[in-house]
Design a protein around this ligand. Structure first.
Ligand code: NAD
Length: 327
């Protein structure tokens, strides 16, 4: 069993690769190591993977067709699963550079689907979508059957485009697929562009931090280990027939961002000043996953309490910051 993982040096990708390698899989990782955030962090995540014999890595771009030639990725006949996590993320950044999102999230997704069509032994193509596709929905919690016609950001529009492309390829070519709509994933080795990471940095530096909408803003914060369990369970359970499958992966316990900041302050042992600003149009007020569907299909439930997860993140963060400062 060889699994092709795109975005292998990313936050979720590196954690999932580690778990796959621990259970004896062969993993071919792909990532372009772009500099949207600190490439050094991506290299450090990768270093934890390259120590395994079962891991091979290719620094290349999923939007380039040459990436998927056999001399780059090895024998395509051996690939049984694709886990497609590479993407240009960042809700607000998608207003600054929409073309980067078209390239990675639409062209990259379709290039990979075209590759998947040529794989004789492919059992399952699992790809990352996002809670952001629910956009301006007001009904809570978000269910997979909800209409998703109004993305609130260009990032969300490109993730929805990926879902539609996958749906079409499943119907036309019978590629068994599952799209996972992740809800605000956090934890050790996380992303420096995400709010919880920026808040931790501001708290450590003694700087004040900016909260949008004061106490109204809420997110369904989902701990990375729970996400890894969900991904592995889904990977092992391809859908029957050719119905497109989309599953929420969230904690299903929305929490005010202000509360999360308080947990970070407790875990880091420092207090901070908070400035309140109006929420940018692209940021939705709250997210909340219904997880009935994934629970029914693979029996997955999140296990990590937010206070515990934030403590584990904070412990890693303090240590990582020290190592990064000393090279
Ligand atoms: P990440 O940015 O840490 O990982 C994505 C990786 O993809 C990066 O290492 C990047 O270098 C790589 N990449 C980007 N464009 C590429 C390209 N054209 N070719 C090859 N590699 C490329 O993000 P993450 O948090 O690990 O997210 C993984 C997936 O989950 C993404 O698809 C993201 O949209 C989705 N997602 C994440 C969250 C979250 O809270 N982390 C929430 C919803 C959805």
């Amino acid at each position: 069993m060889t699994i092709l993982v795109t975005g292998a040096a990313g936050f979720i990708g590196a954690h999932v690769c580690k778990a796959l390698l621990a259970r004896g899989a062969r993993v071919v990782g792909v990532d372009n190591l772009n500099d949207y955030y600190d490439p050094q962090l991506k290299r450090r995540r990768l270093a934890r993977l390259t120590e395994h014999d079962g891991f091979t890595f290719c620094q290349c771009d999923i939007a380039e067709q040459e990436t998927f030639s056999s001399d780059v990725l090895g024998n395509p006949e051996e690939i049984t699963e694709i886990l497609h996590l590479a993407a240009q993320a960042g809700v607000r950044y998608s207003m600054e550079d929409p073309f980067a999102f078209v390239k990675a999230n639409i062209l990259g997704h379709v290039t990979l689907l075209e590759f998947a069509r040529r794989l004789p032994k492919l059992r399952h193509f699992v790809y990352a979508s996002s809670s952001s596709v629910y956009g301006r929905n007001e009904a809570m919690p978000f269910r997979e059957s909800d209409r998703v016609d109004h993305p609130g950001s260009f990032y969300a529009a490109t993730k929805r485009a990926g879902e539609l492309a996958s749906d079409c390829y499943q119907y036309l070519y019978g590629i068994p697929q599952t799209g996972l709509r992740f809800f605000t994933v956090y934890g050790p080795w996380g992303r420096p562009d995400m709010a919880y990471f920026k808040f931790a940095e501001a708290i450590m530096r003694g700087e004040s931090l900016t909260l949008y909408d004061g106490s109204a803003l809420a997110r369904d914060f989902t701990y990375i280990d729970d996400v890894v369990e969900a991904v592995l369970a889904v990977l092992d359970a391809p859908p029957d027939g050719c119905a497109a499958r989309l599953l929420n992966v969230g904690n299903s316990r929305p929490t005010a961002v202000r509360t999360m900041v308080g947990l970070l302050e407790d875990a880091l042992g420092r207090k901070t000043n908070i400035q309140v600003m109006d929420r940018p149009a692209a940021d939705v007020e709250s997210t909340w996953a219904s997880i009935d569907k994934i629970r029914d299909i693979v029996g997955w439930e999140p296990k990590t309490d937010l206070a515990d997860g934030i403590r584990r993140f904070a412990t890693w963060f303090v240590e990582y910051r020290e190592t990064a400062r000393h090279g």
